[in-house]
Design a protein around this ligand. Structure first.
Ligand code: IMO
Ligand code: MG
Length: 460
């Protein structure tokens, strides 16, 4: 029988606490992204508890892989409930929408036998990524590389799209339906062109006019398709669903350590990734929020610039994690740096996000065999000084404090029954539990592979 994560408990507490009205549960990443959130979201949605799933921040910089019933789908902008026919898919006002990605993903889903058009709703207040935003993203990175260091963005135009919104010159998704959309777009295009020319004239940034023309044609074609979709006041729709007693899952992209305010600025993404942003990114009050699920891997990965204190120093061992865990970006294909589980960062992320339930993914990935020790980071140091608090900038960290615990090799792949878990992995999970004991969180399930049902339940 398939594992079901606390199905009855979830359903009954939802109804009790909200007096017959529905609630919103949230899933966020607790590390630097790529924790395997898509899999957990897809699994949670398969219980019949939620009627919809909503993206509330970020854009096509996310890469959420879902494997179910022999089908694999990598979504960047479409919410992870797409492989389940009864789930409504919402894209909230906090999201920056890449129209080309969205339409492409919808076609890919059609090929897999899922026509999501009737159940996809997009906020008219979502933000539109223009075809020049990715070029501006690249120009920014080019300039940063010359002056200091690159952030290592996904080149999806995320920073420029959010900047335009804050500067109040951006385009909203609902604008595509207005009669003067072409004029609005033309005003923004001129501004972007001037900006790009500045990078060219002052900093020798090469503008690839041919590529821009290609992107422009694709973008306008995608915008035409966008107009046919259900663009609505999503805040109103979500509130209506909650009033009908339906529960919704909010799907975080990126992760706590990439939050624009609380991550290692400027090596962060341009949105607030914390659960607090669910309210603003969907247009709902905080009183409807219930469970906050946090997702971590059994080890840590990171892509992009900035210090990565927990990084494994032995290059061959780092490569072994990379290969065993297929740690290559779903959005960019870049190899991800691999590190030990960073409990110091994890505790910080839990405190910031208020998660009460935790998924530990990729516990089957352990290139260190039983009897040999792996490390866990439990603290940071600045030279000889042990840091009591999470540092302002991560480059203050000069070394880490570690503890050692036995590895378990590849013995737990595909384990679905917690009685079959190897002794070493069991010790590791109990060790993590002890280290988080004061934070009031439960490790509810542990992932052992890519498929939806590759996990075992842990704490009740
Ligand atoms: P998911 O949802 C991992 C990282 C980039 C870069 C920084 C800023 O798959 O976990 P951006 O393009 O957002 O301006 O890049 O953030 N980054 C991610 N890293 N997973 C992601 O998403 C990421 N989205 C952005 O590598 O360091
Ligand atoms: Mg990713």
């Amino acid at each position: 029988m398939r594992n079901k994560i606390l199905k009855n408990k979830i359903a009954s507490s939802a109804i009790r606490r909200r007096g017959g009205k529905g609630s919103i549960d949230v899933v966020v990443g607790l590390q630097w992204g790529d924790e395997g959130k898509g899999k957990n979201i897809d699994e949670l949605l398969s219980h019949g508890i939620y009627s919809g799933v909503a993206r509330f921040q970020g854009g096509a910089n996310a890469g959420h892989t879902i494997k179910a019933n022999g089908k694999t789908f990598i979504g960047h902008i479409i919410p992870s409930g797409c492989l389940q026919k009864d789930i409504e898919l919402y894209i909230g006002n906090g999201v920056v929408v890449d129209a080309v990605s969205l339409i492409k993903e919808m076609r890919e889903l059609e090929d897999l036998g899922f026509d999501v058009t009737p159940r996809l709703y997009i906020s008219n207040r979502a933000k539109l990524v223009s075809y020049l935003h990715p070029f501006l993203d690249q120009a920014d990175e080019y300039y940063r590389n010359k002056s200091s260091h690159k952030i290592g963005t996904t080149s999806r135009g995320i920073g420029p799209a959010y900047s335009d919104i804050r500067a109040r010159r951006g385009l909203l998704l609902g604008d595509v339906l207005l009669p003067d959309f072409k004029e609005r777009e033309e005003n923004l295009r001129k501004f972007h062109h001037d900006f790009l020319n500045l990078y060219k004239e002052k900093h020798e940034f090469e503008i690839d006019e041919k590529k821009i023309e290609e992107s422009k044609a694709k973008w306008w074609a995608a915008v035409e398709e966008l107009k046919k979709l259900q663009i609505c006041d999503l805040s109103f729709l979500v509130q209506k669903r909650l009033a009908e007693g339906k529960n919704i899952l909010a799907e975080g992209a990126q992760a706590v350590m990439l939050d624009i305010d609380f991550g290692d600025y400027p090596n962060v993404t341009s949105s607030n990734t914390l659960p607090a942003n669910v309210c603003l990114g969907l247009g709902i009050p905080h009183t409807v929020l219930r469970d906050i699920y946090g997702v971590t891997k059994a080890y840590t990965t990171k892509v992009g610039g900035g210090n990565f204190p927990a990084r494994i120093k032995d290059q061959a061992l780092e490569k072994a994690f990379q290969d065993a865990g297929h740690e290559f970006g779903a959005t960019t294909g870049r190899p991800r740096m691999c590190g030990w589980l960073d409990l110091f960062a994890l505790r910080h992320a839990i405190a910031l996000s208020g998660v009460n339930k935790i998924f530990i993914n990729k516990a089957d990935i352990c290139p260190i065999n039983k009897g040999k020790n792996m490390k866990v980071v439990i603290g940071y140091k600045n030279n000889k000084k042990v840091l009591k608090e999470f540092p302002f900038y991560l480059n203050e960290v000069t070394s880490v404090i570690t503890e050692e615990i036995s590895g378990w090799g590849d013995s737990n792949h595909g384990v679905k029954n917690n009685k079959k878990v190897s002794k070493e992995l069991r010790s590791y999970l109990n060790y993590i539990k002890r280290k988080l004991a004061d934070l009031n969180v439960k490790i509810i399930a542990v992932g052992t592979g890519q498929d939806r049902d590759h996990f075992f339940n842990w704490e009740k």
